[in-house]
Write a protein that binds this ligand. Sequence first.
Ligand code: TRP
Ligand code: SF4
Length: 417
Amino acid sequence: MAHDINPWSSNQTLDVGKLFSEFGIEPITPAISDLPEIPYFMRRGIVVGHRDYRQIASAIKNKTPFHILTGFMPSGHPHLGHLMVMKEVVWHVQQGGNGYVTIADREAYAVRGTSWEKCRDFGKEYLACLYALGFEGTTYFQSRNERLKDLAFEAATKVNFSELTAIYGFSPETDLAHAECVITQVADILYPQIDRVPAPTLVPVGIDQDPHIRLTRGVAHKMRMFTVEERNGYVSVRSKNAPDAALAAVHKAFAGSKKYEGHVDIRDAQCADVSVKVREIERAHGGYAFYMPSSTYHIFMPGLNGGKMSSSIPESIISFYEPEAMMRKKVMSGITGGRMTLEEQKRLGGEPDTCSLFLLNLFHMVTDDTDLAEIRRKCLSGEILCGQCKKDTAERVVAFLKDFKEKMDAAADNIVV
Ligand code: TRP
Ligand code: SF4
Protein backbone atom coordinates (compact mmCIF):
# COMPACT_ATOMS: atom_id res chain seq x y z
CA MET A 1 0.00 0.00 0.00
CA ALA A 2 1.25 3.42 -0.91
CA HIS A 3 0.85 4.88 2.56
CA ASP A 4 3.15 2.30 4.13
CA ILE A 5 5.50 5.19 4.67
CA ASN A 6 3.87 7.79 6.84
CA PRO A 7 5.97 10.84 7.67
CA TRP A 8 4.08 11.53 10.89
CA SER A 9 4.21 8.18 12.62
CA SER A 10 7.30 7.37 14.60
CA ASN A 11 9.14 4.17 15.33
CA GLN A 12 8.84 2.45 12.03
CA THR A 13 11.25 -0.14 10.89
CA LEU A 14 11.98 0.16 7.24
CA ASP A 15 13.20 -2.51 4.92
CA VAL A 16 15.63 -0.92 2.50
CA GLY A 17 15.29 -3.66 -0.12
CA LYS A 18 11.54 -3.23 -0.16
CA LEU A 19 11.88 0.52 -0.61
CA PHE A 20 14.01 -0.03 -3.64
CA SER A 21 11.69 -2.54 -5.22
CA GLU A 22 8.30 -1.05 -4.30
CA PHE A 23 8.86 2.65 -4.31
CA GLY A 24 11.35 3.09 -7.11
CA ILE A 25 14.15 4.41 -4.94
CA GLU A 26 17.43 3.39 -6.54
CA PRO A 27 20.64 2.26 -4.87
CA ILE A 28 23.14 5.12 -4.64
CA THR A 29 26.34 3.40 -5.77
CA PRO A 30 25.82 3.38 -9.57
CA ALA A 31 24.72 7.02 -9.49
CA ILE A 32 27.83 8.51 -7.96
CA SER A 33 30.51 7.41 -10.38
CA ASP A 34 30.66 10.96 -11.80
CA LEU A 35 31.44 12.57 -8.46
CA PRO A 36 34.98 13.92 -8.25
CA GLU A 37 35.07 12.91 -4.59
CA ILE A 38 32.85 10.44 -2.73
CA PRO A 39 31.76 11.79 0.65
CA TYR A 40 32.08 9.54 3.68
CA PHE A 41 28.32 9.18 4.14
CA MET A 42 28.11 7.55 0.73
CA ARG A 43 31.29 5.50 1.12
CA ARG A 44 30.13 4.08 4.41
CA GLY A 45 26.68 3.00 3.33
CA ILE A 46 24.80 5.63 5.36
CA VAL A 47 23.23 7.23 2.32
CA VAL A 48 21.81 4.21 0.55
CA GLY A 49 19.26 5.35 -1.97
CA HIS A 50 18.25 8.15 -4.30
CA ARG A 51 15.88 9.46 -6.89
CA ASP A 52 17.49 11.16 -9.87
CA TYR A 53 20.84 11.82 -8.15
CA ARG A 54 22.65 11.60 -11.49
CA GLN A 55 21.55 15.11 -12.44
CA ILE A 56 23.16 16.36 -9.22
CA ALA A 57 26.38 14.39 -9.71
CA SER A 58 26.73 15.77 -13.21
CA ALA A 59 26.02 19.34 -12.03
CA ILE A 60 28.83 18.93 -9.51
CA LYS A 61 31.15 17.49 -12.11
CA ASN A 62 30.35 20.08 -14.77
CA LYS A 63 30.08 22.95 -12.31
CA THR A 64 26.59 23.88 -13.48
CA PRO A 65 24.02 25.37 -11.09
CA PHE A 66 22.17 23.19 -8.62
CA HIS A 67 20.36 23.71 -5.33
CA ILE A 68 20.50 21.74 -2.14
CA LEU A 69 17.61 22.03 0.30
CA THR A 70 16.31 20.34 3.36
CA GLY A 71 13.99 21.18 6.23
CA PHE A 72 13.57 20.63 9.94
CA MET A 73 10.45 20.58 12.03
CA PRO A 74 11.17 22.61 15.19
CA SER A 75 9.05 20.56 17.57
CA GLY A 76 11.95 19.87 19.96
CA HIS A 77 15.68 20.37 20.44
CA PRO A 78 17.92 19.22 17.62
CA HIS A 79 19.98 16.14 18.45
CA LEU A 80 22.62 13.90 16.94
CA GLY A 81 20.01 12.14 14.81
CA HIS A 82 19.57 15.34 12.78
CA LEU A 83 23.21 15.76 11.98
CA MET A 84 23.47 13.45 8.98
CA VAL A 85 21.11 15.42 6.76
CA MET A 86 22.83 18.62 7.84
CA LYS A 87 26.21 17.22 6.83
CA GLU A 88 24.81 16.18 3.46
CA VAL A 89 23.61 19.73 2.91
CA VAL A 90 26.90 21.28 3.94
CA TRP A 91 28.92 18.93 1.74
CA HIS A 92 26.79 19.73 -1.30
CA VAL A 93 27.14 23.46 -0.61
CA GLN A 94 30.90 22.92 -0.61
CA GLN A 95 30.52 21.19 -3.99
CA GLY A 96 28.95 24.33 -5.41
CA GLY A 97 25.26 23.91 -4.56
CA ASN A 98 23.07 26.83 -3.48
CA GLY A 99 22.14 25.99 0.10
CA TYR A 100 18.60 26.29 1.47
CA VAL A 101 17.19 25.25 4.81
CA THR A 102 13.57 25.63 5.79
CA ILE A 103 12.37 25.62 9.37
CA ALA A 104 9.00 23.90 9.18
CA ASP A 105 7.28 25.82 11.93
CA ARG A 106 3.89 25.57 10.24
CA GLU A 107 4.22 21.79 10.36
CA ALA A 108 5.38 21.76 14.01
CA TYR A 109 2.45 23.98 14.97
CA ALA A 110 -0.15 22.00 13.03
CA VAL A 111 1.06 18.46 13.52
CA ARG A 112 2.80 18.57 16.90
CA GLY A 113 1.03 21.49 18.54
CA THR A 114 4.27 23.36 19.22
CA SER A 115 3.66 27.02 20.11
CA TRP A 116 4.99 29.67 17.74
CA GLU A 117 7.34 30.87 20.43
CA LYS A 118 8.80 27.40 20.95
CA CYS A 119 9.06 26.97 17.19
CA ARG A 120 11.19 30.08 17.10
CA ASP A 121 13.49 28.94 19.90
CA PHE A 122 13.95 25.41 18.58
CA GLY A 123 14.29 26.72 15.04
CA LYS A 124 17.20 28.90 16.13
CA GLU A 125 18.90 25.87 17.65
CA TYR A 126 18.65 23.96 14.37
CA LEU A 127 20.15 26.90 12.56
CA ALA A 128 22.98 27.12 15.10
CA CYS A 129 23.80 23.44 14.39
CA LEU A 130 23.87 24.09 10.69
CA TYR A 131 26.15 27.07 10.94
CA ALA A 132 28.36 25.16 13.37
CA LEU A 133 28.84 22.60 10.59
CA GLY A 134 29.80 25.31 8.12
CA PHE A 135 26.50 25.89 6.31
CA GLU A 136 26.26 28.84 3.97
CA GLY A 137 23.12 29.86 2.18
CA THR A 138 19.50 30.85 2.66
CA THR A 139 17.34 29.90 5.64
CA TYR A 140 13.76 30.79 6.44
CA PHE A 141 10.81 29.94 8.67
CA GLN A 142 7.81 28.70 6.66
CA SER A 143 5.35 30.94 8.50
CA ARG A 144 7.24 34.06 7.56
CA ASN A 145 7.97 33.45 3.91
CA GLU A 146 5.25 35.10 1.83
CA ARG A 147 6.58 34.01 -1.55
CA LEU A 148 6.66 30.45 -0.28
CA LYS A 149 3.01 30.66 0.75
CA ASP A 150 2.05 32.02 -2.68
CA LEU A 151 3.91 29.19 -4.34
CA ALA A 152 2.19 26.70 -2.05
CA PHE A 153 -1.17 28.10 -3.11
CA GLU A 154 -0.36 27.73 -6.79
CA ALA A 155 0.98 24.22 -6.23
CA ALA A 156 -2.27 23.39 -4.44
CA THR A 157 -4.13 23.75 -7.73
CA LYS A 158 -2.34 20.57 -8.85
CA VAL A 159 -3.17 18.29 -5.91
CA ASN A 160 -6.51 16.82 -4.89
CA PHE A 161 -7.70 14.95 -1.83
CA SER A 162 -7.77 11.53 -3.40
CA GLU A 163 -4.06 11.93 -4.11
CA LEU A 164 -3.43 12.88 -0.48
CA THR A 165 -5.42 9.86 0.62
CA ALA A 166 -3.43 7.58 -1.64
CA ILE A 167 -0.08 8.97 -0.57
CA TYR A 168 -0.58 9.72 3.12
CA GLY A 169 -3.66 7.78 4.06
CA PHE A 170 -5.65 10.97 4.75
CA SER A 171 -9.21 10.32 5.86
CA PRO A 172 -12.27 12.58 5.99
CA GLU A 173 -11.29 13.32 9.61
CA THR A 174 -7.83 14.62 8.73
CA ASP A 175 -7.69 18.31 9.51
CA LEU A 176 -7.04 20.81 6.78
CA ALA A 177 -3.79 22.03 8.32
CA HIS A 178 -2.21 18.66 7.54
CA ALA A 179 -2.93 19.23 3.89
CA GLU A 180 -1.52 22.75 4.23
CA CYS A 181 1.68 21.32 5.68
CA VAL A 182 2.01 18.92 2.80
CA ILE A 183 1.61 21.62 0.19
CA THR A 184 3.92 23.96 2.10
CA GLN A 185 6.60 21.29 1.99
CA VAL A 186 6.05 20.86 -1.74
CA ALA A 187 6.59 24.60 -2.06
CA ASP A 188 9.72 24.40 0.14
CA ILE A 189 11.23 21.89 -2.22
CA LEU A 190 10.50 24.01 -5.28
CA TYR A 191 11.35 27.31 -3.62
CA PRO A 192 15.04 27.55 -4.62
CA GLN A 193 13.94 27.37 -8.25
CA ILE A 194 11.78 30.48 -7.91
CA ASP A 195 14.19 32.24 -5.57
CA ARG A 196 17.06 31.77 -8.02
CA VAL A 197 16.86 29.83 -11.29
CA PRO A 198 15.26 26.57 -12.35
CA ALA A 199 17.96 23.98 -11.69
CA PRO A 200 18.29 20.46 -10.34
CA THR A 201 17.56 20.46 -6.62
CA LEU A 202 18.71 17.82 -4.18
CA VAL A 203 16.67 17.12 -1.08
CA PRO A 204 18.48 14.84 1.37
CA VAL A 205 15.98 13.30 3.75
CA GLY A 206 15.25 10.30 5.90
CA ILE A 207 13.22 7.65 4.13
CA ASP A 208 10.08 8.71 6.01
CA GLN A 209 9.97 11.88 3.91
CA ASP A 210 9.78 10.08 0.58
CA PRO A 211 6.01 10.61 0.13
CA HIS A 212 6.66 14.36 0.01
CA ILE A 213 9.36 13.88 -2.58
CA ARG A 214 7.14 11.76 -4.81
CA LEU A 215 4.30 14.24 -4.55
CA THR A 216 6.59 17.19 -5.32
CA ARG A 217 8.07 15.50 -8.35
CA GLY A 218 4.57 15.08 -9.70
CA VAL A 219 3.61 18.67 -8.94
CA ALA A 220 6.82 20.03 -10.51
CA HIS A 221 5.93 18.18 -13.68
CA LYS A 222 2.31 19.35 -13.66
CA MET A 223 3.38 22.97 -13.23
CA ARG A 224 5.40 22.89 -16.45
CA MET A 225 4.03 24.46 -19.65
CA PHE A 226 5.75 21.89 -21.85
CA THR A 227 6.97 18.32 -21.94
CA VAL A 228 10.03 17.51 -24.00
CA GLU A 229 10.41 13.94 -25.22
CA GLU A 230 12.75 11.96 -27.40
CA ARG A 231 10.74 10.18 -30.09
CA ASN A 232 11.80 8.00 -32.99
CA GLY A 233 14.36 10.25 -34.69
CA TYR A 234 13.02 13.57 -33.45
CA VAL A 235 12.32 15.55 -30.30
CA SER A 236 8.73 16.37 -29.51
CA VAL A 237 7.82 19.48 -27.51
CA ARG A 238 4.24 19.27 -26.28
CA SER A 239 2.25 22.07 -24.81
CA LYS A 240 0.34 21.17 -21.65
CA ASN A 241 -1.03 24.61 -20.94
CA ALA A 242 1.40 26.92 -22.72
CA PRO A 243 0.11 30.17 -24.20
CA ASP A 244 0.10 30.13 -28.03
CA ALA A 245 2.91 32.65 -28.12
CA ALA A 246 5.17 30.28 -26.16
CA LEU A 247 4.59 27.38 -28.55
CA ALA A 248 5.22 29.73 -31.47
CA ALA A 249 8.49 30.78 -29.81
CA VAL A 250 9.59 27.14 -29.60
CA HIS A 251 8.86 26.70 -33.30
CA LYS A 252 10.82 29.84 -34.10
CA ALA A 253 13.80 28.82 -31.95
CA PHE A 254 14.48 25.66 -33.98
CA ALA A 255 15.03 26.12 -37.68
CA GLY A 256 13.31 23.38 -39.69
CA SER A 257 11.00 22.36 -36.83
CA LYS A 258 7.37 21.61 -37.59
CA LYS A 259 4.51 23.13 -35.65
CA TYR A 260 1.26 21.22 -35.16
CA GLU A 261 -1.81 21.72 -33.00
CA GLY A 262 -0.33 21.65 -29.47
CA HIS A 263 3.14 20.41 -30.31
CA VAL A 264 6.35 21.13 -32.20
CA ASP A 265 8.55 18.39 -33.66
CA ILE A 266 12.25 18.99 -34.04
CA ARG A 267 14.56 16.86 -36.14
CA ASP A 268 18.35 16.66 -35.83
CA ALA A 269 18.44 17.96 -32.27
CA GLN A 270 19.57 16.64 -28.92
CA CYS A 271 16.84 16.25 -26.35
CA ALA A 272 19.01 17.87 -23.66
CA ASP A 273 19.67 20.96 -25.78
CA VAL A 274 16.00 21.30 -26.66
CA SER A 275 15.09 21.01 -22.96
CA VAL A 276 17.36 23.90 -22.03
CA LYS A 277 15.95 26.15 -24.74
CA VAL A 278 12.36 25.21 -23.95
CA ARG A 279 12.92 26.06 -20.28
CA GLU A 280 14.17 29.50 -21.29
CA ILE A 281 11.11 30.06 -23.43
CA GLU A 282 8.82 28.84 -20.67
CA ARG A 283 10.38 31.26 -18.19
CA ALA A 284 10.17 34.13 -20.66
CA HIS A 285 6.42 33.47 -20.92
CA GLY A 286 5.82 33.49 -17.19
CA GLY A 287 6.16 29.74 -16.54
CA TYR A 288 8.09 27.97 -13.80
CA ALA A 289 10.23 25.64 -15.91
CA PHE A 290 10.82 23.47 -12.85
CA TYR A 291 13.23 20.58 -12.73
CA MET A 292 11.90 17.60 -10.84
CA PRO A 293 13.70 17.47 -7.50
CA SER A 294 16.20 14.73 -6.70
CA SER A 295 16.56 13.11 -3.32
CA THR A 296 18.87 10.95 -1.26
CA TYR A 297 17.86 8.62 1.55
CA HIS A 298 19.99 7.68 4.51
CA ILE A 299 19.52 4.94 7.02
CA PHE A 300 18.68 6.14 10.52
CA MET A 301 21.29 6.07 13.20
CA PRO A 302 19.87 3.84 15.93
CA GLY A 303 19.37 5.29 19.37
CA LEU A 304 21.71 4.05 22.09
CA ASN A 305 18.93 1.84 23.39
CA GLY A 306 18.57 0.13 20.03
CA GLY A 307 15.40 1.76 18.66
CA LYS A 308 15.10 4.94 16.62
CA MET A 309 16.77 8.09 17.92
CA SER A 310 13.73 10.14 18.72
CA SER A 311 13.10 13.18 20.94
CA SER A 312 10.10 11.44 22.42
CA ILE A 313 12.40 8.77 23.92
CA PRO A 314 14.95 10.73 25.99
CA GLU A 315 17.23 7.71 26.63
CA SER A 316 17.57 7.15 22.88
CA ILE A 317 19.01 10.51 21.93
CA ILE A 318 22.28 12.29 22.28
CA SER A 319 21.34 15.89 22.76
CA PHE A 320 23.71 18.77 22.17
CA TYR A 321 22.76 20.11 25.56
CA GLU A 322 23.55 16.97 27.53
CA PRO A 323 25.73 17.36 30.66
CA GLU A 324 28.98 15.43 30.27
CA ALA A 325 28.33 12.90 33.04
CA MET A 326 24.92 12.05 31.62
CA MET A 327 26.47 11.66 28.20
CA ARG A 328 29.04 9.18 29.44
CA LYS A 329 26.37 7.26 31.27
CA LYS A 330 24.22 6.94 28.14
CA VAL A 331 27.13 5.70 26.06
CA MET A 332 28.24 3.26 28.73
CA SER A 333 24.79 1.75 28.96
CA GLY A 334 24.24 1.64 25.17
CA ILE A 335 23.21 -1.58 23.45
CA THR A 336 26.20 -3.26 21.84
CA GLY A 337 26.79 -6.17 19.51
CA GLY A 338 28.68 -7.98 22.26
CA ARG A 339 28.25 -11.63 23.26
CA MET A 340 26.66 -13.07 26.37
CA THR A 341 29.95 -13.95 28.05
CA LEU A 342 33.50 -12.67 27.97
CA GLU A 343 34.77 -16.04 26.86
CA GLU A 344 32.35 -16.12 23.96
CA GLN A 345 33.26 -12.64 22.83
CA LYS A 346 36.97 -13.41 22.85
CA ARG A 347 36.31 -16.53 20.84
CA LEU A 348 33.66 -15.31 18.38
CA GLY A 349 34.22 -11.55 18.33
CA GLY A 350 31.47 -8.92 18.53
CA GLU A 351 28.89 -7.89 15.94
CA PRO A 352 29.71 -4.30 14.98
CA ASP A 353 27.09 -3.95 12.26
CA THR A 354 24.24 -4.24 14.72
CA CYS A 355 26.00 -2.39 17.52
CA SER A 356 24.58 1.06 18.32
CA LEU A 357 28.00 2.19 19.53
CA PHE A 358 29.76 1.11 16.37
CA LEU A 359 27.15 2.87 14.29
CA LEU A 360 27.61 6.01 16.35
CA ASN A 361 31.30 5.89 15.44
CA LEU A 362 30.51 5.11 11.82
CA PHE A 363 28.03 7.97 11.50
CA HIS A 364 29.83 10.75 13.31
CA MET A 365 32.59 10.02 15.75
CA VAL A 366 35.41 8.49 13.71
CA THR A 367 36.20 10.50 10.61
CA ASP A 368 39.19 8.49 9.42
CA ASP A 369 38.25 5.37 7.42
CA THR A 370 41.36 3.48 8.49
CA ASP A 371 40.63 4.10 12.18
CA LEU A 372 37.07 2.91 11.72
CA ALA A 373 38.18 -0.22 9.89
CA GLU A 374 40.57 -0.92 12.74
CA ILE A 375 37.78 -0.71 15.34
CA ARG A 376 35.69 -3.05 13.27
CA ARG A 377 38.54 -5.51 12.82
CA LYS A 378 39.33 -5.54 16.54
CA CYS A 379 35.68 -6.04 17.36
CA LEU A 380 35.23 -8.90 14.91
CA SER A 381 38.37 -10.66 16.10
CA GLY A 382 37.52 -10.32 19.77
CA GLU A 383 40.66 -8.28 20.33
CA ILE A 384 38.72 -5.45 21.95
CA LEU A 385 35.87 -5.96 24.38
CA CYS A 386 32.78 -3.84 24.74
CA GLY A 387 33.78 -2.23 28.04
CA GLN A 388 36.91 -0.69 26.59
CA CYS A 389 35.26 0.10 23.28
CA LYS A 390 32.46 1.97 25.06
CA LYS A 391 34.95 3.97 27.09
CA ASP A 392 36.81 4.98 23.94
CA THR A 393 33.55 5.93 22.27
CA ALA A 394 32.42 7.95 25.28
CA GLU A 395 35.67 9.95 25.11
CA ARG A 396 35.10 10.67 21.44
CA VAL A 397 31.52 11.72 22.03
CA VAL A 398 32.48 14.03 24.88
CA ALA A 399 35.23 15.65 22.82
CA PHE A 400 32.96 15.94 19.80
CA LEU A 401 30.14 17.54 21.76
CA LYS A 402 32.40 19.98 23.53
CA ASP A 403 33.78 21.24 20.25
CA PHE A 404 30.42 21.23 18.55
CA LYS A 405 28.70 23.07 21.37
CA GLU A 406 31.34 25.80 21.24
CA LYS A 407 30.75 26.21 17.52
CA MET A 408 26.99 26.27 18.06
CA ASP A 409 27.29 28.95 20.71
CA ALA A 410 29.49 31.05 18.46
CA ALA A 411 26.98 30.68 15.64
CA ALA A 412 23.96 31.39 17.85
CA ASP A 413 25.11 34.95 18.46
CA ASN A 414 24.70 35.71 14.78
CA ILE A 415 21.26 34.22 14.34
CA VAL A 416 18.53 36.81 14.50
CA VAL A 417 14.99 35.57 13.96
N1 TRP B 1 8.60 17.37 7.11
C1 TRP B 1 9.98 17.51 7.50
C2 TRP B 1 10.16 16.84 8.88
O1 TRP B 1 9.25 16.33 9.42
C3 TRP B 1 10.42 18.94 7.54
C4 TRP B 1 10.43 19.62 6.21
C5 TRP B 1 9.66 20.68 5.85
C6 TRP B 1 11.23 19.33 5.07
N2 TRP B 1 9.94 21.11 4.61
C7 TRP B 1 10.91 20.30 4.09
C8 TRP B 1 12.19 18.36 4.81
C9 TRP B 1 11.51 20.29 2.85
C10 TRP B 1 12.80 18.36 3.56
C11 TRP B 1 12.46 19.33 2.58
O2 TRP B 1 11.24 16.84 9.41
FE1 SF4 C 1 30.18 -2.75 19.63
FE2 SF4 C 1 32.64 -2.16 20.36
FE3 SF4 C 1 31.34 -4.18 21.51
FE4 SF4 C 1 32.15 -4.38 19.00
S1 SF4 C 1 33.44 -4.18 20.79
S2 SF4 C 1 30.17 -4.97 19.78
S3 SF4 C 1 31.87 -2.28 18.28
S4 SF4 C 1 30.85 -2.03 21.63
